[in-house]
Design a protein around this ligand. Structure first.
Ligand SMILES: [Zn+2]
Length: 437
């Protein structure tokens, strides 16, 4: 049998786990995280763990469990991000219940970082949503745009009828575009297929808005529910946890990073000096008093704070100056803080990522030098799904949203396409291009 990339990844992850068995502290940490996962799923998402996830949770909390981790999740994702779940879950399900995957839902993210979280993703006569002045979006009131998604309420349920009508209103012009693009005639097309799909997905969003209490959970619930429909076997191997809850469980480790900001700055400066491009001279010096954390002002904005002994201080864009001891001011770690703590506290043996950026070397050195823990390999999933449907051009869309695809493609058909081999771009077709039984 030919060796696949997926098999290589499995071997590398199991080898890391063998060479770095979890300490007693790591197993205890996993047990605490397992309780948090259970609570998050039930109380914040209004969901029940599947029986497969219950088994995965037991594995997760045991010394024998091998962990893969991924993140990037508090949104109605495009298919490329969603596929990270699918491939991670698929790799785990091939290991006889030894490997599980933890997905941190990024509820600390801001709308401004990812305006896509409000875009439902419908093309208009070939024009992608990012180029449309009137892209169909879930409205977020202006006063919430400076806050983390955890602090933004879910959408009001009354907007969903309006959104459904708006999307249906686009179907006419899109259909004309589609018939021309593919040389089909009106008689070939049953409008009800789209109408029924849209209504079903909208109803799922509406229910999510009713049962969740913030925008991040609203998005996460849609994503997790969709995953269970498209790839039920893989979904059984992926456990979801709020990033904020994860951060609260490991405050002691973030406090260590706060106190060791000089060491973190030294690592950052050394890595950046080694990476410095001789064509540029813009490498900035990291200051010793800047911990790898962001501190939140009362207005919601995040700020890099200055450390003075036990205290942190910052002046926000809104004009307010905040000073307080560590623990008194809300904080979220930056990406290096997140990766070094998640890797060391949980004993990760692999990471599935969409890209590997220069900061990863900083995170790995922090994990090793500050927490004395061996970093896991990152496996970068570079192939990306392309969606073909009514409204898209004939070349398809490389950033179609999950919601958009599920309105026009059967969940099992989408799931099967997303399971394409590691290096192969999945091609996902609408029901108008490929009959789906
Ligand atoms: Zn502020």
């Amino acid at each position: 049998m030919a060796v696949t990339k997926e098999m290589d990844i499995t071997d590398a992850v199991l080898r890391h786990a063998r060479e770095n068995p979890p300490s007693t502290e790591v197993v205890k940490n996993r047990e605490r995280v397992a309780l948090a996962i259970r609570k998050y799923t039930k109380e914040r998402l209004g969901l029940t763990l599947t029986s497969g996830q219950e088994r995965a949770l037991e594995t997760f909390a045991s010394r024998e469990g091998v962990l893969l981790k991924l993140s990037h999740g508090a949104m109605i994702p495009h298919l490329g991000v969603f596929r990270l779940h699918v491939k991670a879950g698929e790799i785990c399900s091939d290991t006889d219940n030894r490997m599980v995957s933890l997905y941190l839902i990024d509820d600390q993210y801001y709308y401004n970082w990812y305006p896509e979280i409000t875009r439902l993703g419908f093309h208009l006569s070939g024009k992608p949503p990012s180029e449309q002045k009137s892209a169909i979006t879930i409205p977020i009131p202006k006063e919430h745009k400076t806050k983390p998604l955890l602090d933004i309420p879910p959408p009001e349920t009354k907007i969903f009828d309006r959104l459904e009508n708006q999307i249906m209103g686009r179907f006419g012009p899109n259909l004309d575009h589609f018939l021309k693009e593919y040389g089909k005639s009106k008689g070939d097309v049953d409008k009800n297929l789209f109408k029924d799909g849209l209504r079903r997905e909208m109803e799922i969003l509406r229910t999510g808005a009713e049962v969740t209490h913030n925008y991040a959970d609203f998005c996460a619930r849609y994503q997790i529910g969709s995953f269970r429909r498209t790839n039920p076997d893989a979904a059984d191997k992926v456990l979801f946890l709020s990033f904020w809850d994860f951060k609260d469980l490991f405050v002691d480790r973030f406090q260590t990073l706060f106190h060791k900001s000089e060491e973190v700055s030294r690592i950052k400066n050394e890595v950046e000096a080694a990476q410095e491009n001789p064509d540029t001279t813009t490498t900035k010096e990291h200051k010793d008093d800047a911990p790898p954390l962001w501190f939140l002002c009362d207005c919601g904005r995040r700020n890099r704070g200055q450390r003075r002994g036990e205290e942190v201080s910052f002046t926000c864009r809104c004009g307010k100056t905040t000073t307080g001891h560590f623990g008194e001011v809300r904080f979220v770690p930056d990406i290096t803080g997140t990766q070094s703590v998640s890797g060391s506290a949980l004993g990760l043996s692999g990471r599935i990522v969409g890209s590997s950026l220069p900061y990863t070397q900083v995170a790995d050195r922090m994990q090793k030098e500050i927490f004395d823990s061996e970093p896991a390999t990152r496996f970068v999933l570079k192939s990306h799904p392309v969606y073909y449907g009514v409204g898209e051009t004939r070349e398809g869309d490389g950033r179609a949203s999950l919601f958009r695809a599920l309105c026009e493609t059967k969940a099992s058909v989408l799931g099967a396409a997303l399971k394409s081999p590691w290096d192969v771009n999945p091609h996902v077709h609408s029901c108008y291009l490929e009959p789906q039984t």
